[in-house]
Design a protein around this ligand. Structure first.
Ligand code: SAM
Length: 300
């Protein structure tokens, strides 16, 4: 393994690895194929506008990484990271990319240009959105998650029956009403400025991965995708340029090692028919798993 890629953190069970650095450089430095890539890239929204956070009017400033660099640079960056993660997917692998109308059209256009096949544009409807302060437009209450497969013709994994069970015996639709971040998702009262809810990531990983699968997040922030992966018995590698965010991700992962913690966290998740439904679904998955299906290697 190249010295530049020594993990920032690796869990004792080697199911959760964090790498500090620019994702384009980090991904170029090792060769491994992941079953799923989740990406929550900069939306480039921090342009001095105003928003509401915890009931208070705040200036939109998530960090330097979210300042708009101009449309041409945004497109070049989007093409570059999409090309990089495409090379890291198994032939059957799929990519999920979060966004809003600010960046999703650009991402969809780049996906098509690179030969991905778009499968769905999932609308995550926030059941508790902050109000719109201007009162001149509709409240922003949704985000889009583009789901695409690597290859136009190679079939991808979709756990149809599992998602159907979560949807109460009907086909799962592409509109997912789920709450925004819950207060309990902060570790020691701290959160990433754009932290995604665990329930959203759990739904995504249940849809398109199997136990022991590897998940890559090139913009991992506080590691929500990794915590969700480990809660479901999947494995994770996350990259972020900011050490403070990776420390938050590490703390979230280490909290899972406390006795009973994964079960307690799973019991708090939104989006299931009953409190025990997720445990029952995971038990079914484990029972169906043969040893041969755990034939993966390790990324680093
Ligand atoms: C939208 S946030 C991700 C939040 C994450 N989904 C969570 O739940 O905490 C985007 C992250 O990408 C990181 N980032 C931005 N540009 C990057 C790059 N070129 N390489 C790696 N990380 C980058 C930022 O530091 C930020 O933490």
């Amino acid at each position: 393994m190249p010295a530049a890629l020594s993990p920032f953190y690796r869990s004792p069970g080697r199911d959760f690895t964090l790498v500090l650095g620019d994702c384009l450089e980090a991904l170029a430095a090792f060769d491994f194929r992941f079953d799923l890539v989740f990406a929550d890239p900069p939306y480039f929204l921090s342009d001095g506008g105003v928003s509401v956070q915890s009931g208070r009017r705040v200036c939109v400033d998530k960090g330097a990484w979210d300042r708009p660099p101009g449309r041409d640079a945004e497109r070049a960056f989007t093409l570059a990271w999409l090309r990089a993660v495409r090379g890291k997917l198994t032939p059957q692998g799929t990519l999920w990319v979060c966004g809003t109308y600010h960046n999703s059209f650009l991402v969809a256009d780049c996906l098509e240009a690179l030969g991905f096949r778009l499968l769905n544009a999932v609308t995550w409807v926030k059941t508790n959105p902050p109000p719109n302060l201007s009162c001149r437009m509709l409240t922003h209450a949704s985000e889009v998650i583009l789901w695409a497969r690597r290859h136009p013709r190679v079939p991808h994994r979709y756990n149809y029956a599992l998602l159907r069970a979560i949807a109460g015996g009907r086909q799962m639709r592409d509109v997912w009403p789920l709450p925004a971040l819950r207060p309990w998702e902060k570790v020691g009262g701290v959160k990433h400025p754009t932290q995604k809810p665990l329930s959203l990531l759990v739904r995504i990983l249940l849809a398109a991965t199997a136990p022991h699968d590897w998940v890559l997040d090139p913009f991992c922030g506080s590691g929500t995708a990794g915590v969700a992966a480990n809660l479901l018995g999947r494995r994770f590698l996350g990259v972020d340029r900011c050490a403070d965010y990776l420390r938050l991700a590490q703390a979230r992962r280490e909290a899972l090692d406390a006795p009973g913690a994964p079960e307690a966290l799973r019991a708090r998740l939104d989006g299931f028919r009953s409190p025990g439904q997720l445990e029952a679904l995971l038990a079914q998955e484990r029972a169906a798993l043969s040893l041969a299906e755990d034939a993966h290697g390790e990324p680093l």
